[in-house]
Write a protein that binds this ligand. Sequence first.
Ligand SMILES: Nc1nc2c(ncn2[C@@H]2O[C@H](COP(=O)(O)OP(=O)(O)OP(=O)(O)O)[C@@H](O)[C@H]2O)c(=O)[nH]1
Ligand SMILES: [Mg+2]
Length: 486
Amino acid sequence: MPAFALALDTQTIAIAVALLIAAALLVALLARAGVGRRAPRPPSELPLPKPAERPQPPPPVAPAALPPERLAREQRAGEQLQSAQDALAAAEARLSRDAAARAEVDRRRREVSDAQRKLEYERRKIAEAEEKARREAETAARAKAEAEARAAEEARLAAERAAQEEARRKLAEAEAGRTLAEGLAKTRGGFMARINAFVGAAKELDDATLAELEEILFSADVGVRTATRLLDSVRERLKRRELSDVSRVKAALREEVERILSLGVAPGESGHGGLPDLPPGTPPPQVVMVVGVNGTGKTTTIGKLAARLEQAGKSVILGAGDTFRAAAGEQLDVWADRAGVPIVRGKDGSDPGAVLFDAVTRAKAEGIQVVLCDTAGRLHTKANLMEELKRLKRTLEKAHPGSPHEILLVVDATTGQNAIAQARQFHEALGVTGFVLAKLDGTAKGGVIIGICDELKIPVRYVGVGEKVADLKPFDPHEFVEALFS
Ligand SMILES: Nc1nc2c(ncn2[C@@H]2O[C@H](COP(=O)(O)OP(=O)(O)OP(=O)(O)O)[C@@H](O)[C@H]2O)c(=O)[nH]1
Ligand SMILES: [Mg+2]
């Protein structure tokens, strides 16, 4: 193997050497051929050639005649050149003209498109304006229709309210309520029944009979003083021999009771019966403060009174001055609604003085004739009721100097003789100008009215014989006595 390798190497080297020799021969041949083709360089020992001398102008020669055919061709060529140049100039002129025209066209195009855009813009604006005008017209038409509908609805409601008002008025008028005689039925059945039984029995008017009469009168809730006074008047008449027998006692008592209830005012003269008119020259509104212990019937009386005054053609406003009892305001609200009169209310627990002040102020501003002021009958606070009422009275005086023109004390007939003490207390604190005896229908103790008039000399304005508007009766002493003694 190494011998074979050695032989191979020798052979390879011999081939490589042969190839190198052949390549060297080829290179030498090629180099020789290249040298032979190059320009022969002058031998460096030869003189350099002299620079060329300036050529002399040729001697003048007679012009040779040009072939006419060439001239013609040349002329033709010139003419062709000229014509090409003219065409070129014309083409250039046209080109320049075209360029100006093109620019103008471009400008005009721009103007047209601008004008178009403007036109479109204006058209769009017109469309928008039309749309806006249409919308506005629609809105105006809708508003007009709504206003008309509202006005029609308001007119309908006003007509409805007027009809309801009228119906309410008629109903209030039609609600007959009780007659005074019916309202006094229980009282008649009480002490009047005993008097009737007493006078019905034919007997001598001796001491024993008078003692019996005394006992009847003392049980009549007229109060001790009034009972004594009535008995004394009977004794007087007996002494004057005006009373021949027992049957005359009833007539004597009736006269005496009417005299007491009339407070010395002759029948037909004012002093009783309803709310007195304001004295001439007194500026309205007439302010009426309604007072009394709780539950006597103040609020109900105010409601009935408001309805009565309205029916008589007076304008009335209610002041909800009882802010202590929850629901007192709502109760008065119901009455205001039934009577169809305005009301001023405050929040529960708010200052009643402020409420009444507002009511009077509003009455003054609106020319309302009568202000009926409700008050509380009991306070939740420790404050004294009388002190609170005095304060309210001062507030009303401030709101309208000279007012309250009437302090109406509402007395509950069912409380009997206690009502006399109550009335005295209110009178001493406030100076009561008139009173209302409520709930006469519910009691046999109606005789208390005689006691109050006799002891306090306060005129009776109204009596209440039920809960309807017509159940509040302006007090008439004669009518009352008739109903009581019949
Ligand atoms: N039968 C009858 N009931 C009456 C009369 N007056 C009032 N009432 C009733 O008595 C109750 C008390 O009446 P109100 O008007 O609330 O008495 P008030 O004095 O305002 O009571 P307070 O606000 O609590 O102080 C109510 O149920 C009335 O309906 C009347 O003349 N006859
Ligand atoms: Mg009340």
